[in-house]
Design a protein around this ligand. Structure first.
Ligand code: SDX
Length: 433
């Protein structure tokens, strides 16, 4: 937890007011100025749209150093976890704070494995959608509807129910995502299997059909597992902040996760992986890249390089580096290492990183730049990219949700505003207007 052992303060003076505001030091990262009493003592608000300089909470889960390009899950570097660990072990680490012993990991994996099935009646939700419904629309709806089926894990004041809700969310998201895909392609739902690991189970539910046996390729399962690990948590990003804000009102966990899924959907956030692949395909060939770089730099052109830039990373996104290695591995396995889209991506990255606009604005490829290329090579349609991101980020969302419920400093989120509307005026009858 942040401390104020050295009793540092910040002096804030404006008009004839001078305030001494307490400061708190983190274990990593910048100090914070505690402004909770600012309005009461100084009758002013701070103004920070997008929360670029605002810490909304204290947390012990994930740390990002944007200048160093560092991402730590409970202190462990993402590069090490992505290569040495696996998704469910990372999920256990995020949820409980420590790398599990072999016995703890076996117990956690067993609890997740035995919650992967959905209530049979929930299939009706899928069938209520049009076949061309975006899988993200289905995912938002079905996850929200879980609160209508799993009443025995919606009481947020019961630690046991919180634990069951966490396991259920992590366990059922692959089934929901896979069934959203199956429904969109008109194929029957494939049930989870308890003899498969988490990522293999998900791939089989997506690509198996009842008419034939299906063997998951271990290299693809490994690549999928790595993608899930890389996306698991990321501090107080937009969708995680949405989950925390929804949870601050006491909403049930399924409703909070549905809110997070809705926020992740946007192309500036989790929707960027789909938008990025569409952009790479629109560019088409390497010789078209300069035209798009020019457009990305043109203030009057709303076009942005999707998969580039980040609010926090002003060096490289460490996840993008691992993802790029995975892209090479998966496409070579698929025998498509000469994939034009991958060539455009690599050349676009090379050109952009030499261009003074991108260098000056510290724009680097982010986690979404290569992920779409890998998922496309694995056979997923673009509409499944963000649901896979949501599948993984559910671990982070539910971990942050649990942390918030246990944080004595947390209260309902209720920001104020800088009001710039008209001042008080009286109603005018229509005949006098
Ligand atoms: C994710 O927060 C997280 O942690 C998110 C995430 C996670 O794991 O949860 O990491 C996942 O959402 C990754 C980001 C995916 N989104 C994209 O790839 C979409 C493209 N990127 C941009 O929309 C943008 O970079 C953001 C949204 C990611 C960040 O926006 P910021 O921090 O608000 O930065 P900004 O828009 O203020 O940009 C700063 C400058 C601007 O120029 P000026 O107004 O200062 O002249 O950089 C420019 C922008 O115009 N800029 C870009 C650009 N991104 C920013 N110019 C061209 N192409 C881009 N991609």
């Amino acid at each position: 937890m942040a401390t104020n052992d050295d009793h540092k303060t910040a002096t804030l003076s404006f008009g004839d007011t001078t305030l001494e505001l307490p400061m708190r030091s983190p274990s990593l990262g910048p100090d914070v100025i505690d402004i909770r009493k600012l309005y009461a003592d100084g009758n002013v608000f701070t103004f920070d749209p997008g929360f670029t300089s605002t810490a909304a909470c204290s947390s012990t889960i994930t740390y990002i150093d944007g200048d160093k390009g560092e991402l730590l899950y409970r202190g462990y570097p993402i590069e090490q976890l992505a290569t040495k660990s696996h998704f469910l072990e990372v999920a256990s680490l995020l949820l409980y704070g420590e790398l599990p012993t072999a016995a703890e990991l076996e117990d956690f994996e067993s609890r997740v494995t035995n919650h992967t099935m959905l209530h049979e009646q929930m299939q009706n939700f899928f069938r209520g959608f049009r076949r061309d419904a975006p899988p993200m629309a289905i995912m938002v709806g079905v996850v929200g509807a879980m609160s209508a089926f799993y009443h025995d894990s919606t009481d947020i004041n019961d630690p046991w129910q919180r634990e069951v809700a966490a396991i259920r969310m992590i366990a059922k998201m692959p089934t929901i995502a896979a069934w959203a895909y199956k429904y969109s392609v008109g194929q029957p739902f494939i049930y989870p299997r308890n003899d498969l690991d988490y990522s293999s189970n998900f791939l089989r539910m997506c690509f198996a059909v009842p008419a034939a046996d299906y063997e998951v390729d271990p290299i693809l399962a490994r690549a999928m597992d790595r993608i899930l690990t890389l996306h698991a948590d990321h501090e107080q990003n937009a969708s995680t902040s949405t989950v925390r804000l929804a949870s601050s009102s006491g909403a049930n966990p399924f409703a909070c996760i549905a809110a997070g899924i809705a926020c992740l959907w946007g192309p500036a956030h989790g929707g960027a992986n789909q938008a990025c692949l569409q952009m790479l395909r629109e560019i088409g060939t390497v010789d078209q890249i300069p035209e798009y770089i020019k457009r990305a730099k043109d203030k009057d052109d709303p076009f942005r390089l999707m998969g580039f830039g980040h609010r926090v990373y002003k060096n490289f996104d460490p996840r993008a580096k691992v993802m790029k290695e995975s892209a090479d591995e998966v496409l070579a396995l698929m025998g498509i290492e000469n994939n034009e889209t991958l060539k455009v991506a690599k050349e676009l990255e090379r050109i952009a990183l030499e261009d003074e606009y991108f260098v000056e604005k510290k724009l680097y490829p982010n986690v979404d730049f290569y992920s779409g290329i890998i998922l496309d090579a694995m056979g997923f349609p673009e509409g499944m990219f963000t649901p896979i991101f949501a599948l993984s980020r559910t671990v982070g969302w539910i971990t942050q949700w649990k942390e918030m419920l246990g944080d004595p400093e947390q209260k309902i989120g209720r920001p104020r505003q800088l009001y710039t509307g008209v001042t008080r005026r009286d109603y005018v009858e229509v005949e006098n207007r």
